[in-house]
Design a protein around this ligand. Structure first.
Ligand SMILES: [Zn+2]
Ligand SMILES: [Zn+2]
Ligand SMILES: [Zn+2]
Ligand SMILES: [Zn+2]
Length: 761
């Protein structure tokens, strides 16, 4: 089973890769992508498509150097496309699925899977089980058999319980229906002019509006066509039967399991996890609680303007959920240049894709600084920019203190508007290449001068050394490359901007993004660091006490008996006010607690410290135990799988033996055909199953974002690879391997990167 949860090998097509790259690369430099590289010919690519990407980079007139090597870009693209519903996001409906189906855990530790990923598993199984897995056409037939269905059903991102047993059953069913025996029979029937079994099978799988006669004609026509035109009708017929049998089998699997594929899924709400923050989208919770009030909940989102989704902390959400709702843990993921898109909560809007506001901020800034080169366009005065950036506070809201999401399309619109107003300015110099052995802080300064940035930002040279130092530290032993130089130049400009526009600075701080800017010093972060110890004690205390809340359901449309709530739910702004009110209340509470604490005796403090460190120790112990248990479970699972696999193998061999005895002549013919087809399938050309390819237009919603990814674990100095568990420092946001962080925490109280005090892990 677990093999079907991996992203399958050799399923990535050049055209799909184009869609991903097009979506990933900054809006302003997309025009540098040479489309022909992906479309001539259209083919399946090797591995992650490095070879094709290499060609794309070479043919880009040096405009894509900020993305590093083809290998680095391929890795980033692989992470970027890997999320439930990515096919919908990218609009690659006619392509095979390439994302790896993900198992999600609820807070009750039950396993869930996103409904759209069920279809990915079916595809992966079919490819594995098929008698001709290497025939390119086959994959398209499977993709075709599945397409439409997920599109209809996965409008809203639903989660269903993940049950291993059901998938084992499905696998058995698929193996049975696609045995050589079955295929041989179908071929011999069809070739002798008897279409009835196939017609019957087709008909059983209800396809809307089709009669038996329709199916009969469909097959007859195909058969006639093959006989007249194909040089090898028997071979074509076999391919046809293999594909048809699989397509019918998949339809059957879906039709007979409505609870899994079609019916209303259990009520779930995602808990987004970003570092140590856990939060839910307020509208998503509201919709889960009151689905009948959908139009009310999403009323604001049909209006023009930037669309945002506010969030609330997990504890508050749990109270409101009143135990009826399954909370599903959903980690926020980022690549080097963009955040991984997240389906928004609006079930009526297929284009409702979001990212966190903080990620949108970085994408926006990367797009205008590095993509659009906005600060190189006008050297004389910052005044013109001030106007633009002050207007941004409507989107990047300085006053919102909890995380919030922005619709990707909204950020796109922002960018388009800005570019239209700035069009008249001429293009400017590009960042030059770094030398083979990297670059120095002085090189960075020269580059800032060369680009003409010192005119607009005389202070930029002062920041450059800090930026250089942090980028160098993040890279460690490897040489800095040209894409690091792009990062450095961008970060220098971003720091200048932040220090000139206080509201952007405040926004970034409130959204906990200060640590994502290399070399940036935020005074508020420094202050918070100083106050951290007392705050931590305070948090532990106050969480035990109920927080007075004059309105029990802020930020959500509540039941009608509360006027205040239903009123406030109607407008975003009021919702925010309510949020603010409860935040203010919280602050008041915390202040009160602080005051009382000051008065309390030293003895009490000491006692608390002891209790706290005890608690930490117990937690650490529990974590270690859990890890051990997990390891054990994994080992067990592996053993079981091996056992099962060997049993299956035995059975298979038995079946094959039986088959040969029973059906020797037929079998030999089929085998020969299959072998021939396998050998013939070297051509990479796609066949014609697919008609409309509107990839260019279909990726309407894309933005620019970037969250610098720290690649090395500072504790063990080795690379943090995709999929490895990481823990982030709450202060500087650097990532470390979880295991390294646990070990480190035993002997140290400070973060190895920023030296800030670490909370108990
Ligand atoms: Zn800050
Ligand atoms: Zn109320
Ligand atoms: Zn490590
Ligand atoms: Zn840190």
């Amino acid at each position: 089973m677990s093999k079907y949860l991996k992203s399958p090998d050799n399923m990535l097509t050049s055209t799909c890769l184009h869609s991903i790259a097009h979506s990933y690369i900054l809006n302003d430099i997309r025009s540098s992508i040479d489309k022909n590289i992906f479309y001539e010919p259209e083919c399946f690519v090797k591995g992650n498509g490095e070879e094709v990407l290499q060609k794309m980079l070479e043919n880009s007139n040096f405009k894509l150097r900020m993305y590093g090597s083809a290998e680095e870009l391929a890795q980033n693209l692989k992470i970027y496309q890997n999320f439930p519903g990515s096919q919908q996001f990218l609009g690659t409906y006619h392509e095979p699925y390439i994302n790896a189906p993900a198992i999600f855990h609820s807070l009750k530790n039950e396993k869930f899977i996103c409904r759209s990923d069920l279809f990915v598993i079916l595809q992966n199984m079919a490819v594995e089980i098929s008698l001709m897995p290497n025939v390119d056409t086959f994959r398209y037939v499977i993709a075709g058999a599945l397409s439409g269905l997920p599109k209809q059903q996965a409008k809203y991102l639903e989660f269903v319980k993940f049950d291993q047993k059901v998938f084992d059953e499905i696998e058995m069913e698929m193996r049975k229906a696609n045995s050589k025996n079955e295929i041989a029979e179908t071929v011999s029937q069809v070739s002798s002019g008897n279409f009835e079994t196939l017609v019957e099978k087709y008909f059983k799988v209800k396809t809307a509006g089709y009669t038996k006669e329709d199916f009969r004609n469909l097959i007859k026509n195909y058969y006639k066509g093959v006989m007249n035109s194909n040089k090898n009708p028997a071979e074509a017929l076999t391919v046809y039967s293999v594909n048809m049998t699989m397509a019918i089998c998949i339809r059957n699997i879906i039709e007979t399991r409505p609870e899994m594929f079609q019916q209303k899924a259990p009520i779930t709400v995602r808990v987004f996890e970003d570092g140590d923050q856990k939060f839910v989208i307020a509208a998503e919770l509201a919709y889960a609680l009151w689905p009948e009030r959908l139009s009310e909940i999403f009323e604001n989102y049909s209006k023009v303007g930037p669309h945002m989704y506010t969030t609330m902390g997990l504890e508050e959400a749990k109270e409101k959920g009143e135990g009826n709702i399954e909370f599903i843990r959903y980690p926020i993921k980022r690549t080097k240049h963009r955040a991984v898109p997240i389906k928004g909560p609006n079930p009526e809007d297929p284009n409702d894709w979001c990212i966190l506001a903080v990620d949108a901020f970085f994408e926006y800034m990367k797009s205008i600084i590095t993509g659009f080169k906005i600060f190189q366009k006008c050297f004389e005065t910052f005044a013109v920019f001030k106007y633009i950036f002050n207007a941004l506070e409507k989107v990047f809201k300085p006053e919102v203190e909890s995380p919030y999401f922005l619709q990707i399309a909204s950020v796109d619109n922002l960018l388009t508007t800005l570019q239209d107003t700035m069009k008249s300015f001429s293009p400017n110099k590009d960042v030059r290449n770094a030398k083979q052995d990297g670059f120095t802080a002085q090189h960075l300064k020269n580059e800032l001068n060369h680009l003409g940035l010192t005119g607009l930002f005389p202070e930029i040279l002062d920041y450059s050394e800090d930026v250089y130092e942090e980028i160098y530290k993040a890279k460690k032993e490897r040489f800095l490359t040209t894409c690091d130089l792009f990062d450095a130049v961008e970060n220098c400009q971003l720091i200048c901007l932040l220090n000139r526009i206080p509201n952007l600075k405040k926004f970034l701080h409130n959204q906990k993004g200060c640590g994502m800017v290399f070399g940036y010093k935020c005074e508020n972060c420094e202050k918070e660091k100083d106050a951290q110890n007392s705050m931590r004690n305070l948090k532990i205390k106050s969480s035990n006490e109920p927080i007075p809340n004059q309105c029990s359901k802020p930020a959500l449309p509540a039941s009608t008996d509360c006027d205040k709530c239903s009123e406030s739910s109607n407008s975003l702004e009021e919702t925010e006010n309510e949020l603010k009110i409860s935040e203010n209340q919280l602050k008041e509470m915390q202040q009160k607690v602080l005051d009382t604490e000051k008065e309390s005796s030293d003895l009490k403090k000491e006692h608390e410290k002891i209790v706290e460190s005890e608690a930490k120790k117990t937690e650490e112990l529990a974590k270690m135990k859990e890890e051990l248990n997990n390891e054990k479970e994994k080992n067990q699972e592996k053993d079981e799988e091996i056992l099962k696999a060997s049993k299956e193998n035995e059975e298979l061999q038995k079946t094959i033996l039986k088959l040969t005895a029973e059906n020797e002549t037929n079998e030999r013919v089929i085998q020969k055909l299959l072998d021939r087809i396998r050998n013939l399938s070297t051509s990479n050309h796609k066949t014609t199953e697919i008609n409309e390819k509107t990839i260019e237009e279909s990726t309407a919603s894309v933005t620019s974002k970037n969250a610098p990814l720290v690649i090395d674990c500072l504790i063990c100095s080795s690379q943090i690879k995709a999929g490895q568990e990481v823990i982030r420092c709450p202060l500087c946001k650097r990532r470390f391997h979880s295991n390294c962080a646990f070990k480190w925490r035993k002997d140290h109280t400070q973060c190895p990167a920023c030296n800030g005090d670490l909370p108990g892990i």
